[in-house]
Design a protein around this ligand. Structure first.
Ligand code: ARG
Length: 470
């Protein structure tokens, strides 16, 4: 395409009145958004139908024109869905493409559709409708994933595994407790999408270019027809606001961060060194050279997807910062970022749900790992406080000496003899062995939200009721 290839094209058919010539070919290339915003066709048609019906109800256009517009839009909808719509770059975006096609099909009436509105409020309402649907999809995807984690939690409410801090063995915990940690995280994610949805559910249609319109439109009617709670209250804000997209991206980025964290745990847990879980063949791949390999590719990709989603988030924040009110063409850069982030998030949620449902915790390996690494050292220190009345700092010190002794002997705490134990503190008795086992350790953590199986079972019951499975 040469720079001058569009030179003798005539001026734009939609606004060409004051233009002597058409745009430069490169201008068309940088300006047109139809290649991607055609994804908004259903929302654009829904917005136009609501607008046309309202214009007729208000006596701004005739009922005959409204009927022609409605029928024309429905035909265009099927045309697009059948892949037969002639999308044109020269017509820039989905709004002009549909409007021009409408006039082509129904004539004069099509030209009346744009009364009392602008592409500025049109794109604002289309994009809001689209993002609102994505919030619903994210909420549904998160619910399914929470159910998958919950099923794991219920099956292994009392399976013992090592709990980690710094990825070093810390204290024994239960598998159910670890799974429920993700249910909590995902519930917050879901809440963020619910909040964002609630906040974005105001209709900008009727703000027109920026100042509202002199036509006697009924913004409450169009808002209701499109399922919004109410119309937006300030026309300037209505066409310049993209908070709904920023909120969606922010919520997506936090959610993808959570997915990334569990993905990393799966990568670690499925290694030959850990063997905490077996991933299903459905979510792993082989190596073309090493026959023994089963690689956790899905988990690795889920660990990485946050990069894309956060990239989109940063991109849109950067576009929006410093923009003066109201609409600027900069804002056309919002869509590709949000489309990609939304596609990525929905795919990631579905993949994680499948992987979590199909993974198998290796109960015996988990238990053996929990018993090693001096995981009950805190229980020993607590016992010294409870049974012997030692101040905790001193108990910590005595326990530290015993850990060093066990490490030196190459054994675990329960393997030390009573004589060895009393060498660190003379008051220690046989009774101490009861707290050195992992079962007693987890059973003792009964504080609210703690890892004791009874606590975990209570939380499972609560979540089952909350997720409608009770
Ligand atoms: N394609 C534009 C966008 O996505 C639609 C709004 C254009 N408005 C305008 N005055 N040029 O932002």
């Amino acid at each position: 395409m040469t720079r001058d290839s569009n030179k003798d094209k005539s001026a734009n058919s939609m606004w060409g009145g004051r233009f002597a010539t058409g745009p430069d070919a490169i201008m068309t290339a940088i300006n047109a958004s139809i290649s991607f915003d055609q994804r908004l066709y259903a929302q654009d048609i829904a917005g136009s139908r609501a607008h046309a019906a309202m214009l007729a109800a208000q006596g701004i256009i005739s009922p005959e024109d409204a009927t022609a517009i409605r029928t024309g839009l429905l035909t265009i909808l099927s045309e697009i869905e059948a892949g037969q719509f002639p999308f044109s770059d020269a017509l820039e975006d989905i709004h002009l493409n549909i409007e021009a096609r409408l006039t082509e099909r129904i004539g004069e009436a099509g030209k009346r559709l744009h009364t009392g509105r602008s592409r500025n409020d049109q794109v604002a309402v289309d994009f809001r409708l689209w993002v609102r649907d994505q919030c619903d999809a994210a909420i549904a995807g998160l619910t399914a994933l929470m159910q998958a984690f919950l099923a794991q939690a219920e099956a292994g409410a009392d399976w013992i595994m090592p709990g980690f801090t710094h990825l070093q063995t810390a204290q024994p915990v239960t598998w159910g407790h670890h799974m429920l940690a993700y249910v909590e995280m995902l519930a917050r994610d879901r809440g963020r999408f619910e909040d964002a949805r609630r906040r974005m559910n105001e209709c900008p249609l009727g703000a027109a270019a920026l100042a509202g319109t002199g036509f006697p439109i009924d913004r409450h009617a169009t808002a209701a027809a499109l399922g919004f709670d109410r119309p937006t209250a300030n026309s300037l804000d209505s066409v310049s606001d993209r908070d709904f997209a920023l909120e969606f991206l922010s919520a997506s980025a936090i959610c993808a961060t959570h997915l990334s964290r569990f993905a990393e745990e799966l990568v670690i847990w499925s290694t030959a060194q850990f063997r905490f879980v077996k991933l299903s063949d459905k979510w792993t791949t082989g190596s073309s050279i090493m026959p023994q390999k089963k690689n956790p590719d899905a988990a690795e990709l889920l660990r990485a997807k946050i990069g894309r989603i956060l990239g989109a988030t940063v991109a849109l924040f950067t576009v929006m910062k410093g923009l003066p009110l109201t609409y600027s063409k900069d804002m056309q850069e919002d869509k590709e970022q949000v489309f990609d982030a939304a596609d990525t998030l929905m795919l990631a949620l579905a993949a994680m749900t499948g992987m979590v449902s199909d993974m198998t915790a290796q109960k015996d390996t988990l238990r053996a790992a929990a018993a090693s690494g001096f995981s009950t050292a805190t229980d020993l220190a607590d016992w010294l406080v409870r049974a012997l009345g030692l101040p905790f700092r001193e108990a910590h010190h005595v326990t530290g000496r015993l850990v060093a002794l066990a490490e030196q002997k190459g054994c675990d705490l329960p393997d030390l003899s009573l004589a060895e134990l009393t060498s660190a503190h003379p008051g220690i008795t046989q009774e101490v062995y009861s707290v050195l086992g992992v079962d007693n350790s987890v059973r003792s953590r009964v504080s609210y939200g703690g890892t004791a199986p009874d606590q975990v079972k209570a939380q499972v019951t609560r979540w089952k009721a909350a997720l409608g499975q009770g």
